[in-house]
Design a protein around this ligand. Structure first.
Ligand code: NAP
Length: 276
């Protein structure tokens, strides 16, 4: 099965990718390898995940051609100063054992370093060929508007928390207004969407699981999803979301699940050396 792609500011991003936060060591390499063999063509990692080496190993073990896979990594905000950003990008590539990543993101905003300096450095990294595309993550509407104004190269995505329990319509509209893709992280709400009764009931009518409904709800809106699993059998489940369609009434009912306490990742970078 070929995964459909989302086009945004010149990038073609496969609508489903494998999230790898918290996948470590052999499990990580094995899951990346298995995912690519099953048809995944998009892998999401970050310098913070401490698994770029294993992501690269899985990529090579799969035998899938390098240019057929969309690899994203992210720079941690403690490396947002001009020189450090380029060093961090080079270090990620060395760990991945790749010459270039497909997408390089600023992982979280860092209020301590001018955004203009960071974006200059990010654009330079793109121009020197270390990254095919660049983008941001966890940027709110105001920061996104600033980033787009400051960047000399196109930003292709904003990666944000998104699932049926959280309303992200404002940041989605802003990202789209700039021609950017939205990449949904925690797209099954870290597993809790898999236990949701409404998703399970609607899913039953389609012969699909609640987790698949959570993912379908997003991709049907043109949102890229990067679900993570450590279980090989769930890799195919999370990919089997393109052979059914939710009705407008079902989409509305799922959208109504969003509530103010639905956010999972409540974090702001404060300069502490601790990972999120
Ligand atoms: N940019 C950022 O700041 C940021 C922040 C958070 C995450 N991310 C990225 O987004 C990725 C995904 O987000 P996430 O890891 O937070 O959460 P997620 O993908 O929403 O959920 C992962 C959890 O769901 C379970 N799961 C997976 N497939 C399932 C299925 N079909 N049925 C039932 N349970 C299932 C997994 O358990 P099993 O392992 O047991 O299957 C795991 O506990 C991350 O791995 C990372 O790459 C980015």
């Amino acid at each position: 099965m070929q995964v459909p792609v989302m086009q945004a500011n010149g990038a073609k991003i496969p609508l489903v990718g494998l999230g790898t936060w918290d996948l470590r060591g052999r499990t990580c390499a094995r899951m990346v390898d298995a995912a690519l063999r099953l048809g995944y063509r998009h892998i999401d990692t970050a310098e913070m995940y401490d698994n770029e080496r294993e992501v690269g190993e899985g990529l090579r073990a799969s035998g899938v051609a390098r240019d057929a896979v969309f690899v994203t990594t992210k720079i941690w905000p403690s490396h947002f100063a001009r020189r450090e950003l380029e060093q961090a990008a080079n270090a990620s590539l060395a760990r991945l054992r790749l010459e270039q990543v497909d997408l390089l993101l600023l992982h979280w905003p860092n209020p301590q370093i001018p955004l203009s300096e960071t974006l200059d450095a990010l654009c330079k990294v793109k121009r020197t060929g270390l990254a095919r595309h660049i983008g941001v993550s966890n940027f709110n509407v105001a920061l996104l508007d600033q980033a787009v104004k400051l960047a000399a190269e196109p930003l292709v995505c904003n990666q944000v928390e998104m699932h049926p329990l959280l309303d992200q319509s404002k940041v989605v509209a802003a990202s789209r207004g700039h021609g950017m893709a939205v990449v949904a992280y925690s797209p099954i709400a870290r597993g809790s969407a898999a236990n949701n009764k409404v998703l399970a009931r609607i899913g039953k009518a389609h012969g699909k699981s609640a987790a698949q409904l959570s993912l379908r709800f997003l991709v049907q809106q043109g949102i890229v999803v990067i679900p993570r699993t450590s279980r090989v059998e769930r890799l195919s489940e999370n990919l089997a979301i393109f052979d059914f369609e939710l009705s407008p009434a079902e989409m509305r009912e799922i959208a109504d699940l969003a509530h103010p306490g639905g956010r999972i990742v409540d974090y702001a970078y404060s300069g502490s050396p601790q990972w999120d």
